[in-house]
Design a protein around this ligand. Sequence first.
Ligand code: NAP
Length: 259
Amino acid sequence: MELNLSGRKALVMGSTKGLGYGIAKALAAEGATVGIVGRTLENATEAASTVDGNAHGFACDTANAEQVDALFSNATAQMGTIDILVLNGGGPPPGSAQGVSSDQWRASFDSMFVNLVRLADLALPHMIEARFGRIISVISSGVIEPIPNLAISNAIRPALVGWGKTLAGEVGKHGITVNAIAPGRIATDRLKQLDANNAQRLGKSVDEIQSASQGRIPVGRYGRPDEFGSAAAFLASERASFITGSILRVDGGQIASIS
Ligand SMILES: NC(=O)c1ccc[n+]([C@@H]2O[C@H](COP(=O)([O-])OP(=O)(O)OC[C@H]3O[C@@H](n4cnc5c(N)ncnc54)[C@H](OP(=O)(O)O)[C@@H]3O)[C@@H](O)[C@H]2O)c1
């Protein structure tokens, strides 16, 4: 299936490595011009230089609203108007639901929700005028099946789903789709850190944690960022024009429920 994203401009948050990088590579491979974003310009330009295709690097910390505004100005100045926006970023620290400080809740909500939605609001006027747009949020299997010891993620990510579903209802008539992709366990630095953290917390080896974790995935292994990227490239394409307000699971069958 030809996805043909040539002429499209995509801004991919949190894309110097991991899932965001997998998405950026997949979009560029289909012909899109991609904006690679990380907290430092150095990381972002380095990652952009390794993408096969047309890629630009930008610095932006999603914790900072002013940096989000500046990113939008810089990206549109360098790349032109944005057709595809991927809302992604660093994961919050692991931890239990009890004892999270109010400051930590507020900072996480700003970084993982408020400032991502702010970016979408900046991009939407052009998408509406162009009668085409794709907004894709990277969430987590924890939205469907909360993950032990990831309380902040389990609590805040559903906000993106509720917002996205509402937005999908508002902008579908303009040719804009709004979807979320729920990763199960995809082999990235973040997953390595979580496995190491769980090994320490539960008094087990990292190998034991990984074997148990992979044993719960029907496909029998962790996913790869390129597999995740392919799903995003499809949703970003014209081929996915009748899919909106949905959560696509990229989890090797891990999530046990059917809804
Ligand atoms: N991997 C999985 O299996 C999995 C499962 C469920 C959910 N998720 C979630 O999916 C998202 C991406 O995961 P990942 O595995 O790709 O993580 P990762 O390997 O840690 O990569 C995170 C990316 O986000 C960037 N980033 C981190 N903090 C940022 C910030 N404050 N502002 C802007 N960019 C920031 C990093 O770039 P710099 O370091 O260059 O800033 C990097 O490019 C995370 O929110 C994670 O919790 C992942």
